[in-house]
Design a protein. Structure first.
Length: 337
Protein backbone atom coordinates (compact mmCIF):
# COMPACT_ATOMS: atom_id res chain seq x y z
CA UNK A 1 0.00 0.00 0.00
CA UNK A 2 1.40 3.37 -0.86
CA UNK A 3 0.81 6.38 1.27
CA UNK A 4 0.68 9.79 -0.29
CA UNK A 5 2.08 12.65 1.73
CA UNK A 6 0.89 15.39 -0.59
CA UNK A 7 -1.80 17.47 0.97
CA UNK A 8 -4.40 19.25 -1.09
CA UNK A 9 -5.91 20.93 1.96
CA UNK A 10 -6.10 24.69 1.68
CA UNK A 11 -7.22 26.88 4.54
CA UNK A 12 -10.61 28.51 4.20
CA UNK A 13 -10.94 32.29 4.33
CA UNK A 14 -12.47 31.94 7.82
CA UNK A 15 -9.48 29.93 9.01
CA UNK A 16 -7.07 32.39 7.47
CA UNK A 17 -8.88 35.19 9.25
CA UNK A 18 -8.43 33.51 12.64
CA UNK A 19 -6.01 35.39 14.84
CA UNK A 20 -3.97 32.21 15.51
CA UNK A 21 -0.38 32.90 14.59
CA UNK A 22 -0.24 36.33 16.19
CA UNK A 23 2.68 36.75 18.57
CA UNK A 24 2.20 37.50 22.25
CA UNK A 25 3.92 40.87 21.90
CA UNK A 26 1.62 41.96 19.09
CA UNK A 27 -1.44 40.67 20.92
CA UNK A 28 -0.53 42.64 24.03
CA UNK A 29 0.11 45.74 21.92
CA UNK A 30 -3.22 45.42 20.08
CA UNK A 31 -5.06 45.11 23.37
CA UNK A 32 -3.32 48.20 24.63
CA UNK A 33 -4.34 50.15 21.52
CA UNK A 34 -7.97 49.40 22.44
CA UNK A 35 -7.51 51.68 25.47
CA UNK A 36 -6.70 55.18 24.25
CA UNK A 37 -5.28 56.35 27.59
CA UNK A 38 -3.26 53.26 28.39
CA UNK A 39 0.30 54.21 29.23
CA UNK A 40 1.80 50.91 28.11
CA UNK A 41 3.19 50.03 31.54
CA UNK A 42 0.99 47.00 32.03
CA UNK A 43 1.84 45.77 28.53
CA UNK A 44 5.53 46.14 29.29
CA UNK A 45 5.11 44.30 32.58
CA UNK A 46 3.45 41.37 30.83
CA UNK A 47 6.24 41.31 28.27
CA UNK A 48 8.87 41.32 31.05
CA UNK A 49 7.22 38.30 32.65
CA UNK A 50 6.99 36.52 29.31
CA UNK A 51 10.68 37.19 28.69
CA UNK A 52 11.70 35.83 32.09
CA UNK A 53 9.58 32.77 31.22
CA UNK A 54 11.70 32.22 28.11
CA UNK A 55 14.84 32.29 30.20
CA UNK A 56 13.42 29.84 32.76
CA UNK A 57 12.28 27.61 29.93
CA UNK A 58 15.86 27.51 28.67
CA UNK A 59 17.23 26.73 32.14
CA UNK A 60 14.70 23.94 32.64
CA UNK A 61 15.55 22.40 29.29
CA UNK A 62 19.24 22.33 30.22
CA UNK A 63 18.56 21.14 33.76
CA UNK A 64 19.90 17.60 33.29
CA UNK A 65 23.08 18.86 31.63
CA UNK A 66 24.36 21.39 34.11
CA UNK A 67 24.38 21.37 37.88
CA UNK A 68 21.06 23.10 38.55
CA UNK A 69 18.89 20.25 39.76
CA UNK A 70 18.61 19.07 43.34
CA UNK A 71 18.23 20.84 46.62
CA UNK A 72 19.75 24.14 47.53
CA UNK A 73 20.31 23.27 51.17
CA UNK A 74 18.08 26.17 52.27
CA UNK A 75 14.41 26.71 53.09
CA UNK A 76 11.96 29.32 51.90
CA UNK A 77 9.58 31.44 53.96
CA UNK A 78 7.14 28.52 54.23
CA UNK A 79 9.87 26.31 55.69
CA UNK A 80 9.98 24.26 52.49
CA UNK A 81 13.22 22.93 51.06
CA UNK A 82 14.35 25.11 48.16
CA UNK A 83 15.45 23.49 44.93
CA UNK A 84 18.25 25.08 42.95
CA UNK A 85 15.86 25.84 40.10
CA UNK A 86 13.42 27.48 42.55
CA UNK A 87 16.16 29.89 43.51
CA UNK A 88 17.31 30.46 39.92
CA UNK A 89 13.74 31.15 38.75
CA UNK A 90 13.23 33.55 41.64
CA UNK A 91 16.37 35.49 40.75
CA UNK A 92 15.48 35.56 37.04
CA UNK A 93 11.97 36.88 37.59
CA UNK A 94 12.95 39.49 40.11
CA UNK A 95 15.76 40.67 37.87
CA UNK A 96 13.44 40.85 34.83
CA UNK A 97 10.86 42.83 36.80
CA UNK A 98 13.49 45.15 38.26
CA UNK A 99 15.11 45.77 34.88
CA UNK A 100 11.72 46.29 33.24
CA UNK A 101 11.10 49.08 35.74
CA UNK A 102 7.30 48.86 35.70
CA UNK A 103 6.71 47.03 39.00
CA UNK A 104 7.15 49.12 42.13
CA UNK A 105 6.97 46.09 44.45
CA UNK A 106 7.12 42.31 44.16
CA UNK A 107 6.30 39.44 46.47
CA UNK A 108 7.53 35.95 45.79
CA UNK A 109 6.92 32.54 47.29
CA UNK A 110 10.66 32.37 47.85
CA UNK A 111 11.04 35.65 49.79
CA UNK A 112 9.65 36.63 53.19
CA UNK A 113 9.35 40.38 52.69
CA UNK A 114 8.10 42.69 49.98
CA UNK A 115 10.85 43.24 47.39
CA UNK A 116 11.34 46.88 46.44
CA UNK A 117 12.94 47.41 43.03
CA UNK A 118 13.34 51.12 43.84
CA UNK A 119 10.84 52.40 41.28
CA UNK A 120 8.41 54.21 43.57
CA UNK A 121 6.73 55.84 40.60
CA UNK A 122 5.51 52.53 39.21
CA UNK A 123 1.76 51.88 39.35
CA UNK A 124 1.80 48.10 39.60
CA UNK A 125 2.75 45.41 42.08
CA UNK A 126 3.39 41.77 41.17
CA UNK A 127 2.88 38.61 43.23
CA UNK A 128 4.70 35.61 41.83
CA UNK A 129 5.39 31.94 42.38
CA UNK A 130 8.48 31.73 40.18
CA UNK A 131 8.55 27.94 39.93
CA UNK A 132 5.57 25.98 41.11
CA UNK A 133 5.60 22.21 41.49
CA UNK A 134 9.04 22.07 43.08
CA UNK A 135 8.77 18.37 43.87
CA UNK A 136 8.66 17.68 40.12
CA UNK A 137 11.73 19.69 39.15
CA UNK A 138 14.23 16.83 39.24
CA UNK A 139 12.09 14.38 37.35
CA UNK A 140 11.28 16.05 34.02
CA UNK A 141 7.66 16.52 35.04
CA UNK A 142 5.79 19.70 34.08
CA UNK A 143 6.26 22.73 36.32
CA UNK A 144 5.07 26.31 36.05
CA UNK A 145 5.23 29.98 36.97
CA UNK A 146 2.17 31.81 38.34
CA UNK A 147 1.74 35.59 38.55
CA UNK A 148 -0.77 38.19 39.59
CA UNK A 149 -0.73 41.95 38.98
CA UNK A 150 -2.46 44.68 41.02
CA UNK A 151 -2.65 48.42 40.81
CA UNK A 152 -0.98 49.73 43.98
CA UNK A 153 -3.05 51.23 46.82
CA UNK A 154 -0.39 53.50 48.27
CA UNK A 155 0.14 56.81 46.44
CA UNK A 156 2.45 56.77 43.42
CA UNK A 157 5.80 58.23 44.38
CA UNK A 158 5.81 56.78 47.91
CA UNK A 159 7.46 53.57 49.08
CA UNK A 160 5.07 50.64 48.45
CA UNK A 161 4.06 48.48 51.41
CA UNK A 162 2.30 45.16 52.04
CA UNK A 163 -1.00 47.12 51.85
CA UNK A 164 -0.53 47.12 48.10
CA UNK A 165 -0.75 43.33 48.06
CA UNK A 166 -3.47 42.77 50.65
CA UNK A 167 -6.24 43.34 48.15
CA UNK A 168 -9.12 41.06 47.22
CA UNK A 169 -8.49 38.72 44.30
CA UNK A 170 -11.19 40.62 42.40
CA UNK A 171 -8.92 43.66 42.33
CA UNK A 172 -6.37 41.88 40.14
CA UNK A 173 -5.88 43.64 36.84
CA UNK A 174 -4.00 40.78 35.21
CA UNK A 175 -2.94 37.25 36.06
CA UNK A 176 -1.44 34.31 34.31
CA UNK A 177 0.80 31.30 34.30
CA UNK A 178 3.54 29.77 32.23
CA UNK A 179 3.50 25.99 31.97
CA UNK A 180 6.82 24.35 31.13
CA UNK A 181 5.47 21.07 29.81
CA UNK A 182 5.60 19.03 26.61
CA UNK A 183 5.50 22.51 25.17
CA UNK A 184 5.73 25.83 27.00
CA UNK A 185 2.58 27.89 27.11
CA UNK A 186 1.87 31.38 28.45
CA UNK A 187 -1.77 31.83 29.51
CA UNK A 188 -3.08 35.12 30.81
CA UNK A 189 -6.08 37.33 31.35
CA UNK A 190 -6.57 41.04 31.86
CA UNK A 191 -10.24 40.51 32.65
CA UNK A 192 -11.36 40.17 29.04
CA UNK A 193 -11.18 36.45 28.54
CA UNK A 194 -8.25 34.06 28.67
CA UNK A 195 -5.74 33.51 25.90
CA UNK A 196 -2.91 30.99 25.61
CA UNK A 197 0.33 31.40 23.64
CA UNK A 198 2.57 28.46 22.84
CA UNK A 199 6.29 29.08 22.79
CA UNK A 200 8.16 28.25 19.59
CA UNK A 201 11.71 27.48 20.69
CA UNK A 202 13.22 27.89 17.26
CA UNK A 203 11.76 31.37 16.77
CA UNK A 204 11.97 32.45 20.40
CA UNK A 205 8.38 33.71 20.28
CA UNK A 206 5.08 32.87 21.90
CA UNK A 207 2.23 32.45 19.37
CA UNK A 208 -1.47 32.61 20.05
CA UNK A 209 -2.55 28.98 20.05
CA UNK A 210 -5.52 28.97 22.43
CA UNK A 211 -7.71 32.03 21.78
CA UNK A 212 -10.58 32.78 24.18
CA UNK A 213 -10.19 29.68 26.34
CA UNK A 214 -13.36 28.37 27.96
CA UNK A 215 -13.68 25.53 30.44
CA UNK A 216 -16.65 23.21 29.97
CA UNK A 217 -19.47 23.48 32.52
CA UNK A 218 -18.71 20.01 33.80
CA UNK A 219 -16.02 17.40 33.29
CA UNK A 220 -14.89 13.91 34.11
CA UNK A 221 -11.54 14.52 35.76
CA UNK A 222 -10.81 15.01 39.47
CA UNK A 223 -7.35 16.02 40.63
CA UNK A 224 -6.19 15.79 44.22
CA UNK A 225 -3.53 14.11 46.29
CA UNK A 226 -5.45 11.01 47.26
CA UNK A 227 -2.67 10.05 49.65
CA UNK A 228 -4.28 12.60 51.97
CA UNK A 229 -7.82 11.27 51.43
CA UNK A 230 -8.50 10.17 55.00
CA UNK A 231 -7.36 13.58 56.21
CA UNK A 232 -9.86 15.40 53.99
CA UNK A 233 -13.14 16.68 55.49
CA UNK A 234 -15.85 14.00 55.38
CA UNK A 235 -17.84 15.80 52.67
CA UNK A 236 -14.81 15.95 50.40
CA UNK A 237 -14.12 12.26 50.92
CA UNK A 238 -17.71 11.59 49.86
CA UNK A 239 -17.31 13.78 46.79
CA UNK A 240 -14.18 11.88 45.71
CA UNK A 241 -16.05 8.63 46.23
CA UNK A 242 -18.90 9.89 44.04
CA UNK A 243 -16.40 10.78 41.30
CA UNK A 244 -15.10 7.23 41.45
CA UNK A 245 -18.59 5.74 41.29
CA UNK A 246 -19.11 7.75 38.11
CA UNK A 247 -15.83 6.34 36.76
CA UNK A 248 -14.29 9.78 36.47
CA UNK A 249 -10.58 9.84 35.73
CA UNK A 250 -8.28 10.57 38.66
CA UNK A 251 -5.42 12.71 37.31
CA UNK A 252 -2.87 14.33 39.59
CA UNK A 253 0.50 15.63 38.46
CA UNK A 254 1.38 17.42 41.67
CA UNK A 255 2.12 20.66 39.79
CA UNK A 256 -0.81 23.00 40.25
CA UNK A 257 -0.27 24.80 36.94
CA UNK A 258 -0.17 21.56 34.98
CA UNK A 259 -3.20 20.06 36.74
CA UNK A 260 -5.14 23.31 36.36
CA UNK A 261 -4.21 23.71 32.69
CA UNK A 262 -5.28 20.17 31.80
CA UNK A 263 -8.61 20.61 33.55
CA UNK A 264 -9.11 23.97 31.86
CA UNK A 265 -8.76 22.32 28.47
CA UNK A 266 -10.61 19.10 29.24
CA UNK A 267 -13.06 19.97 31.99
CA UNK A 268 -12.53 18.84 35.55
CA UNK A 269 -11.88 19.89 39.11
CA UNK A 270 -8.69 20.40 41.12
CA UNK A 271 -8.97 20.09 44.90
CA UNK A 272 -6.54 20.95 47.68
CA UNK A 273 -8.70 20.67 50.80
CA UNK A 274 -7.59 21.40 54.35
CA UNK A 275 -5.82 18.47 56.01
CA UNK A 276 -4.61 17.81 59.51
CA UNK A 277 -1.08 18.81 58.48
CA UNK A 278 -2.29 21.87 56.55
CA UNK A 279 -5.55 23.03 58.21
CA UNK A 280 -5.82 26.06 55.90
CA UNK A 281 -4.91 24.07 52.84
CA UNK A 282 -1.45 24.09 51.31
CA UNK A 283 -1.69 26.57 48.48
CA UNK A 284 -0.83 30.22 48.84
CA UNK A 285 -3.61 32.69 48.26
CA UNK A 286 -1.80 35.61 46.64
CA UNK A 287 0.37 33.91 44.05
CA UNK A 288 -1.30 30.53 43.56
CA UNK A 289 -5.05 30.67 44.29
CA UNK A 290 -5.89 34.26 43.26
CA UNK A 291 -4.32 34.24 39.79
CA UNK A 292 -5.72 30.83 38.87
CA UNK A 293 -9.15 31.75 40.26
CA UNK A 294 -9.14 34.89 38.10
CA UNK A 295 -8.32 32.78 35.03
CA UNK A 296 -10.90 30.13 35.97
CA UNK A 297 -13.69 32.71 36.29
CA UNK A 298 -12.66 34.45 33.09
CA UNK A 299 -12.83 31.10 31.30
CA UNK A 300 -16.34 30.43 32.64
CA UNK A 301 -15.22 28.23 35.53
CA UNK A 302 -15.24 28.69 39.27
CA UNK A 303 -12.94 28.68 42.30
CA UNK A 304 -13.86 28.56 45.99
CA UNK A 305 -12.25 27.79 49.30
CA UNK A 306 -15.32 25.77 50.23
CA UNK A 307 -17.07 28.76 51.80
CA UNK A 308 -16.74 31.68 49.44
CA UNK A 309 -15.39 32.56 46.03
CA UNK A 310 -11.60 32.65 46.21
CA UNK A 311 -11.60 36.09 44.57
CA UNK A 312 -13.71 37.52 47.41
CA UNK A 313 -11.25 36.62 50.16
CA UNK A 314 -9.55 39.64 51.70
CA UNK A 315 -5.98 38.58 52.52
CA UNK A 316 -4.38 39.54 55.80
CA UNK A 317 -0.97 38.00 55.26
CA UNK A 318 1.33 38.00 52.24
CA UNK A 319 1.93 34.27 52.37
CA UNK A 320 -1.41 33.06 53.69
CA UNK A 321 -2.84 29.77 52.54
CA UNK A 322 -6.33 28.73 51.47
CA UNK A 323 -8.11 25.51 50.54
CA UNK A 324 -8.80 25.43 46.81
CA UNK A 325 -11.55 23.86 44.71
CA UNK A 326 -11.22 25.08 41.14
CA UNK A 327 -12.31 24.18 37.62
CA UNK A 328 -15.57 23.37 35.87
CA UNK A 329 -18.47 25.30 37.37
CA UNK A 330 -20.87 22.45 38.07
CA UNK A 331 -18.19 20.31 39.67
CA UNK A 332 -17.08 23.13 41.96
CA UNK A 333 -20.73 23.79 42.88
CA UNK A 334 -21.24 20.12 43.66
CA UNK A 335 -18.20 19.82 45.89
CA UNK A 336 -19.08 22.92 47.88
CA UNK A 337 -22.72 22.05 48.42
P1 LIG B 1 5.23 24.48 45.71
O1 LIG B 1 4.85 25.88 45.42
O2 LIG B 1 6.17 24.35 46.84
O3 LIG B 1 5.70 23.76 44.49
O4 LIG B 1 3.89 23.75 46.24
C1 LIG B 1 2.72 23.83 45.49
C2 LIG B 1 2.44 22.51 44.86
C3 LIG B 1 1.41 22.58 43.77
O5 LIG B 1 1.97 22.84 42.54
C4 LIG B 1 0.83 21.22 43.81
O6 LIG B 1 -0.46 21.17 43.28
C5 LIG B 1 0.87 20.87 45.27
O7 LIG B 1 1.90 21.66 45.82
C6 LIG B 1 1.20 19.45 45.48
O8 LIG B 1 1.20 19.20 46.84
P2 LIG B 1 1.22 17.71 47.39
O9 LIG B 1 2.57 17.18 47.10
O10 LIG B 1 0.92 17.84 48.84
O11 LIG B 1 0.15 16.95 46.66
MG1 LIG C 1 4.01 27.10 44.43
Amino acid sequence: MSVSFTSTYLMTNEELALPVGITLDRFIMRNQEAFPFASGELSQLLRDIALAGKIINREINRAGLIDITGQMGSQNVQGEVQQKLDVIANIRFIRALKNGGEACAIISEEETEVILPGNNHGKYVVAIDPLDGSSNIDTNVSIGTIFSIYRRKTPVGTVPTSIDFLQKGREQIAAGYILYGSSTIFVYTTGKGVNGFTYDNSLGEYFLSHPQMQVSKSGKIFSCNEGNLFDFPQAIQQYIESCKRKNYAGRYIGSLVADFHRNLLKGGIYLYPPTEKTPSGKLRLLYECFPLAFIAEQAGGKATDGVQAILDIVPTDLHQRAPLYIGSQEMVDEVTQ
